[in-house]
Design a protein around this ligand. Structure first.
Ligand code: UD1
Length: 357
């Protein structure tokens, strides 16, 4: 049983489902928790990435962390009892990830976590709590890079529970980037002549002062280069007058291929997302990450990612440095080669390689 709930999950599950089917396994049930439900946050990704319609949709919707996590657990428990899966496979670090892992584990069902071992060491992020808890209870931990392996080993996880397989989100990127690059550019934009902005972390958008301070730097950058800003629904509720600038173009959230195309043709990305740090690394697009830390340090060590926090002076200085430098070289960390999902399915189908309980 494969779980997806929120926007960044969909590109991670698509290649796993496909790899199962390629090996002749059609008995994988796809469960959508309904954490994200707007067409632009969910259905459009299924269409874009040709993911089959979920077999089961728990339809939980939005709520506080406790409400959302609890609703998923209650609904998912019935599904597990009815279908008795051999494995529950969860991806990433959203509330759906921990809710389904915890439910399955308590029913004695084996759990595999894809994208395990990432650590920001920042417990103010809900995702860090989800990552730590999910890894602590999962039977099998699929990692994206050697830093994640080190994190898990240092926490005392036995090596037999860890499989370093690579990055399924990059599987999806490599599969679709050719098509994505050919999509029309956003209205009025030219190749490498614009920047992309995404912003949705509660730490950046929920406090009006923090948001206004970041948007001040964004408007300053927009004096130099047009910025396309696909606005997340959480952020849309908070933005007031701080987006008034003729060079700042607000658009609705984009599904995977239009977003990949937008990023691949841009001059730089300003973001507080996790996954975009990885996508820009592989694409060789400078990424300015408006967070004080990252669970994906490999993107700073090997890629074009710069952490600047939410200080407007640092955001502006980093953008200026990008505008004055040649573009970085695309960089693919080990095993970010388009075959991660095949490795995952290979491990799961080989009973001999699986760790015992
Ligand atoms: C969630 C994840 C975050 C991920 C992000 C990607 C958790 C704890 N957070 O944050 O890690 O980076 O998804 O988008 O799981 N909303 C809509 N329509 C939707 C979904 C949400 O309008 O389809 C609005 C609702 O008002 C909701 C708010 O956005 O309350 C936040 O949604 P939620 O899923 O709770 O958290 P995200 O900020 O999206």
């Amino acid at each position: 049983m494969l779980i997806a709930g929120a926007r960044p999950n969909f590109m991670k599950i698509a290649p796993i489902l496909e790899a199962f089917r390629a090996r002749g396994h059609h008995d994988v049930l796809l469960v959508h928790t309904g954490q994200h439900y707007d067409a632009k946050m969910s259905d459009d990704f299924f269409t874009d990435l040709q993911i089959p319609k979920p077999d089961i949709n728990l339809g939980v919707g939005s709520g506080s962390h406790a409400q959302q996590t609890a609703r998923i657990m209650v609904e998912f428990e019935s599904v597990c009892i009815q279908h008795q899966p051999d494995w529950v496979i969860v991806v990433g670090d959203v509330n759906s990830t921990i809710a389904c892992a915890l439910t399955a584990r308590k029913l004695g069902i084996r759990v595999a976590h894809v994208e395990a071992g990432l650590r920001s060491r920042d417990m103010s992020m809900p995702e860090e709590i989800n990552r730590l808890c999910t890894d602590a209870i999962s039977d099998l931990l699929f990692t994206t890079d050697s830093g994640a392996n080190r994190n898990l080993l240092s926490e005392g996880v036995p090596p037999a529970r860890i499989a370093f397989v690579g990055n399924t989100m990059i599987d999806t990127l490599l599969r679709h980037i050719g098509t994505a690059r050919q999509l029309p550019l956003a209205t009025g934009m030219t190749e490498r002549g614009y920047a992309v902005l995404t912003l949705h972390r509660p730490g950046n958008v929920d406090c009006p002062e923090a948001l206004e301070s970041i948007m001040g730097a964004v408007r300053q950058i927009a004096d130099r280069i047009p910025i396309v800003f696909p606005v997340h629904p959480r952020t849309a509720q908070k933005l007031k007058g701080c987006t008034n600038h003729p060079n700042l173009h607000l658009v609705e959230p984009l599904s995977d291929l239009p977003f990949l195309g937008l990023v691949a043709n841009s001059r730089m990305v300003l973001t507080d997302s996790g996954g975009i740090q990885e996508e820009t690394t592989v694409l060789g697009i400078p990424c300015i990450t408006m967070r004080p830390n990252t669970e994906r340090p490999i993107t700073c060590e090997m890629g074009a990612n710069t952490l600047v926090g939410s200080d407007p002076r640092r955001i502006w200085a980093a953008a200026q440095a990008v505008l004055q430098s040649p573009p970085p070289t695309p960089c693919s960390p080990e095993k970010w080669d388009g075959c991660a999902a095949q490795r995952i399915v290979g491990v799961l189908l080989d009973e001999h390689s699986l760790p015992g309980r």
